[in-house]
Each structure stands twice: as C-alpha cells, then as structure tokens.
Design a protein. Structure first.
Length: 376
C-alpha cells in the first residue's frame, strides 16, 4: 500500500509532504511526494498521515474494563480503540489486593503484543494500590496500602516483565526504597498523593520520572507551595494530562504545553468502561459510577476517570488552542517514548511498525492501518 501526497507527521513532530509505503506490516519507505508508485495506492492529498494514537493510561471502554479479568473485555477495548485510531495501549489497573491483581495479570499476559485486529495491548500501567487515602479519587480505599516492593516484583514477574508504569504516592513510608528498586524495571509515576515539593523532589531523585494525570488527585500548584506540579516542572521526563475538558480547564491544558514544553506532555484518556457508551450507571474499581453527558462520577460527585477516547482528547486539545503538531506529538511520540516503545512505534518512520492513520480536516481518521492491515 502506498499513501500518496499526504502531509506526513515526522519523528521531529512536524508535517512534510511525502509518500509513504506500507509493506509486510512495516513502514517500508517515506519519500518525496509523487515519487512512489506500484501496487495499491491511496491518495492522501490534503490529509494528515500520522502515527496511530498511543494511550498509556486507559481502564476501559465500550462497557468493558481491563480489570474485569476476562479475555473478551481486552478484545472489546481493543476493537473500540482501534476503530477510533488508537493503535497501542497500556491496560491500566486500579487499587486492588494482590489476589485480584494476580488474576488480572494472568488474563492479560497472553494478550501482550497480540494482534487482535484492533489496538494492541503493549503492557500494564499499574495504577495502585500504593496511594494516599486522602487523594484516592475513585480508587477503593479498602485496597490502598503502603508501598510493597515484594508484591510489585511478584506481579512484575507474573506479567512477564510487562508492567511499563507503576504509580506511587511518594510521601508514604517506604516509598523511596520502593522507587529505587522499581525504577530499575519500569517507569515509576507519582500519583494520588499529598506529597509536597520536597517529597516529590526526593521521589524524582530516587528514580521516578513520570506524573500521572497532572493536577488531578494531588495538591494544587501554589506560588509558595509548588508541590508535585512544581517538582515535576523541575524533574519529570513526562507528565500526563486528561484533555477531555472536564478534568482540566482548557486554559490549564494550554498552559501545561507552554510550561513543560510539548516534548514532555503525554495526553491520556484515563477512560473507563463508559467510554463509547450512552448515559447510564457503570462501575470502576468496584465502585458505582454515573455517566451523564460525558462526565463520569461517583455518587459523591468525585470524577471517576473519563468517558472520552484518546482520539477525542487529542481533538479537544487542538480545539482548546494547542497547536496541532504539539497535541499530536503528545498523543503519539511522547507516550511511546515514555514507556519505552518508540523504537517500534509512535512515528511515521521507515522500519517502524505500520500503525498509521489518515486524518481528515476534522482530525477524524478516514483510514486506519494497524500493523499494516487496513481496518478502516
């Protein structure tokens, strides 16, 4: 397949006119526009040729949850996200005890890297249970515990080394030695925390490099008390942001891109099973969630993840005034880099996996290729 005359999003996060050849599941060639020919061709003139979106923080969609611990739920999530242009994802857990997490990991393990015709599960984002109860958000308090490195290492081994992110509140007892050991195996992210600036700085010094859904479930940034957000500005390699227009004000979304730089921001969905579903009653982490007009909350009004796919979060970020190239980078290049997948995916680069989208002028995918197979 040759995609001709499109505006191709490069590894340098800019658009250039080019032809792209897809062959044997790979991006075989990227060449000057109008220079490639032969076989099946698709005219992409006036459209954007981009990498598939990479969602490193998603709990569920289309009525299914990664923690449902059933293969059919992973497949449902994969189909839904793949149809929206998300081609890779990290299944994200909630705060549960070790027996429950063990079952989740056992079900997920055979799907790591498996071709299902939709988005490919690339690993696990272990969100919980090492959190502050004061900032639990929609996490179930009964499962929240202090950092337990032995538990983490058992689950890491069980997953076959597929945990790509583990979250922690750095003010908890034992957090620094946990971070020092866990960061040798995967990315450690600060999350669901009451940590002040000094505690967050200590976490980054110990090996943490990431922040989960910046601003949400952490103290606010203060000009005399900058907290996790200030420490992240100093030290984080990447910060996540939910740009659904519910978790953060659009001005905050714009400000984070300017403050941190487009190369450090990862757009995420943090979606739960209500994504792609009508208004109704759902669940997350064993708790009842009410979804009304795109907003998912617990009974007490606490926001419970999002009901928005990453592809739509990307479009909304652009609608909020984030430059297209920056928003696209934050939904493709940066998340792939953050979890160690950029050698394989995340950009339209010769030799990489052919996860490629053709976006129309509304930034919706007109054509989707996953592993070189045209799915739309």
């Amino acid at each position: 397949m040759i995609l001709k005359n499109g505006l191709v999003f490069t590894e340098e996060a800019r658009f250039v006119p080019a032809d792209v050849e897809l062959a044997d599941g790979r991006i075989a060639r990227v060449a000057a526009p109008g220079t490639l020919s032969g076989g099946e061709e698709l005219d992409a003139a006036g459209r954007y040729v981009t990498p598939g979106f990479v969602d490193i923080h998603t709990h569920g969609s289309k009525g299914s949850d990664f923690c449902d611990a059933g293969a059919e739920h992973i497949e449902t999530m994969s189909r839904y996200m793949g149809g929206e242009g998300v081609t890779s994802f990290c299944g994200t857990t909630m705060a549960f005890d070790e027996p429950i997490l063990t079952k989740i990991f056992e079900v997920a393990k055979p799907y790591i890297g498996k071709e299902t015709g939709g988005a490919v599960l690339r690993g696990v984002n272990m969100e919980g249970p090492f959190f502050s109860k004061a900032k639990k958000g929609a996490q179930a308090e009964k499962y929240i515990v202090d950092p337990d490195i032995e538990m983490f290492e058992r689950l890491y081994a069980l997953s076959g080394g597929a945990i790509r992110l583990v979250d922690i509140a750095p003010e908890l007892e034992g957090s620094v030695p946990f971070i020092e050991r866990a960061s040798k195996k995967c990315v450690v992210s600060i999350a669901h925390t009451t940590a002040n600036y000094e505690q967050a700085k200590a976490a980054f010094a110990a090996g943490a490099s990431h922040v989960t859904h910046l601003f949400n479930a952490m103290p606010p940034f203060g000009h005399r008390d900058p907290g996790v957000v200030g420490a992240a500005s100093d030290d984080a390699a990447h910060v996540e942001m939910i740009s659904d227009g519910i978790h953060l004000h659009p001005a905050v979304v714009r400000s984070v891109f300017r403050w941190f730089g487009a190369e450090r921001v990862c757009l995420i969905s943090d979606s739960m099973r209500a994504a792609g579903m009508p208004n109704g009653v759902y669940s997350l982490g064993g708790q009842t969630v009410y979804m009304t007009d795109g907003k998912a909350t617990l009974e007490n009004g606490t926001i419970a993840g999002s009901a928005t796919c990453l592809a739509e979060c990307f479009r909304r970020a652009v609608g909020f005034g984030v430059p297209l190239e920056d928003a696209l980078r934050a939904a493709t290049i940066n998340p792939a880099q953050a979890v160690g997948l950029f050698d394989e995916l995340g950009s339209v680069t010769e030799g990489k996996r052919a996860d490629v989208l053709v976006l129309d002028e509304t930034l919706h995918p007109q054509h989707i290729f996953i592993g070189g197979v045209k799915t739309k």
